[in-house]
Design a protein around this ligand. Structure first.
Ligand code: SAH
Ligand code: SF4
Ligand code: F3S
Length: 483
């Protein structure tokens, strides 16, 4: 991994817009690092940019429509300056490939997530006038497994600290692709076969990130806890990676997302319990509370399995915080089946849930096998109903924190502070607890990046309010009954 020290004096400007999951955030970070080496600096204004990149997501139709709309809006900029380079990268680039050039003819580059290392060279060629360049990985049926895997290369060695969520929080990819093939999901097609990255590379990258000031490292994978790397006789699992990353000086917190329910093993949970830097926070999407729906989704577990996993989590980890994703209105979902999802949320009491209305994805098994037969207004109503149940639980559970002191990693000024245009030293600040709860308080910018004891004074469903403890503070475990 190289650090972006001594990049050439910037002569050109790059505008980059990123949507989708953390994988895309990380991919953008790497592309920016590579382009800095080619003399690009970032700009927030597409009008002054020499190159414009959209890092896209295909997980729901809405995200794609928005990307196409945004692309069409660039037409006048391209007309004003035909030398402006416009590129589409990410999952939609892999999924739609050449058809992007048909829909938006002034696009210069289409680059799938497994081919991002080619962007600097493609931009150079575009500067010399080459039009409509395509770089995508092989499809799931376009070759033998090894060739397909190789065509989904990661690009992780290059990083750009300025593109991180904050300078002291970094993502670290441990796994590429996905082989679960849930019937609704496009990701196995856009990101290719599941592949674990080599453990030595991962640990080395964690060390460099720590040297660059990262205090919180989030390991990324579509099913991160299914991570496996085989070298001769030796099999490395995610618990082994956690053990190896934990001692690295400078790292204070380690998280990992997203988890697959079937692979939440006792061994992994015990490792999380025993390593104090591992957050007691687990994102394990359930997707539905009905066995029949889970079967149609081909999720590979039953509700009984999911409850068993929840019991295991609660038994092993003290005060765990678990969050989930749900899809409402999946093909054939009856009112009864939906109510089973409501029951599951009530019983599992998630910290929070991300709720999505089913969006049919051409190219998936779901699109081929089932009819998208739940009307949009029913999907919408179920979404709101589930959200209401979840929000009530989030609020009730946050109440337990009233009067408690929690340890907070300070991220910077709060969204409210930014919206209000607060400037200067004293601002409303925001951060997260070890269990991933968001808290805000009246603080100052110097607190950014530090771990602070904050006493919770008020709570809402999504946020807690607090004040920084002023008396001498000792980070003894008993101070934090709730981590
Ligand atoms: N790898 C992760 C999730 C990736 S996509 C996992 O397995 O949990 C993030 C979330 O988007 C999913 O958890 C699912 O809830 C949602 N999602 C995926 N495909 C969708 C679709 N076709 N329509 C609506 N939501 C979808
Ligand atoms: Fe999609 Fe399922 Fe893979 Fe998650 S596990 S990325 S939902 S196919
Ligand atoms: Fe979207 Fe691709 Fe992530 S489809 S959710 S950006 S893996």
């Amino acid at each position: 991994m190289q650090s972006p020290e001594n990049p050439p004096t910037p002569t050109k400007h790059l505008y980059i817009e990123t949507v989708g999951c953390q994988m895309n955030v990380l991919d953008s970070e790497m592309v920016v690092a590579a382009l800095r080496k080619k003399g690009y600096a970032l700009t927030q204004d597409p009008a002054v940019a020499d190159a414009i990149l959209f890092n896209t997501c295909s997980v729901r139709e809405h995200a794609e429509e928005k990307a196409y709309n945004n692309l069409h809006h660039l037409k006048h900029l391209k007309l004003q300056n035909p030398n402006k380079i416009i590129g589409v990268m990410g999952c939609m680039a892999q999924k739609d490939q050449n058809s992007i050039f048909q829909r938006v003819p002034f696009v210069d580059l289409v680059v799938g997530p497994g081919q991002l290392h080619k962007i600097p060279e493609m931009i150079e060629k575009a500067e010399l006038g080459e039009k409509q360049q395509l770089a995508v990985s092989l499809g799931r049926r376009e070759g033998n497994t090894e060739d397909i895997k190789r065509s989904h290369e990661t690009f992780d060695p290059l990083r750009d600290p300025e593109m991180r969520p904050t300078p002291f929080q970094a993502y670290l990819r441990i796994q590429i692709g996905c082989d679960k093939f849930c019937t609704y999901c496009i990701v196995p097609m856009t990101r290719g076969p599941e592949q674990g990255r080599a453990p030595d590379q991962i640990v080395e990258e964690a060390r460099i990130l720590a040297e660059q000031g990262a205090k919180e490292i989030t390991l990324l994978g579509q099913t991160v806890n299914s991570y496996r790397y085989v070298e001769g006789e030796k099999v490395t699992r995610i618990a082994d990676l956690l053990e190896r990353i934990h001692p690295i000086p400078g790292i204070e917190r380690i998280k990992f997302v997203t988890n697959y329910p079937k692979d939440m093993t006792r061994e992994l949970l015990e490792t999380v319990r025993d390593l104090p830097k591992c957050s007691p926070y687990l994102h394990v999407p359930a997707q539905s509370g009905s066995d029949a729906v889970l079967k149609r989704m081909k999720r590979g577990y039953t509700i009984a399995d999911y409850y068993e996993m929840m019991d295991r989590i609660n038994e092993i980890i003290p005060n765990p915080s678990v969050s989930s994703d749900f899809i409402v209105g999946f093909c054939g979902e009856t009112e009864e089946e939906f109510q089973m999802t409501v029951d599951l949320v009530k019983r599992c009491r998630f910290k929070n849930s991300f709720i999505f209305q089913y969006s049919v994805r051409p190219g998936t098994k779901g699109a081929e096998l089932y009819e998208d037969d739940v009307p949009e207004d029913v999907k919408h109503r179920r979404n709101l109903e589930l959200l209401e149940v979840q929000n009530k639980i989030s609020l009730e559970d946050n109440m337990r924190f009233l009067g408690q002191t929690v340890e907070v990693l300070v991220e910077g000024p709060s969204k409210w502070s930014v919206r209000k245009g607060q400037t200067g030293e004293f601002r409303q600040m925001t951060g997260r607890t070890h269990c991933d709860r968001i808290i805000v308080w009246d603080g100052n910018m110097r607190q950014t990046g530090s771990l602070l004891p904050v006493r919770v004074t008020d709570v809402y469903a999504f946020t807690m309010m607090g004040e920084v403890e002023t008396h001498d503070y000792v980070a003894e475990p008993e101070v934090f009954q709730l981590r």
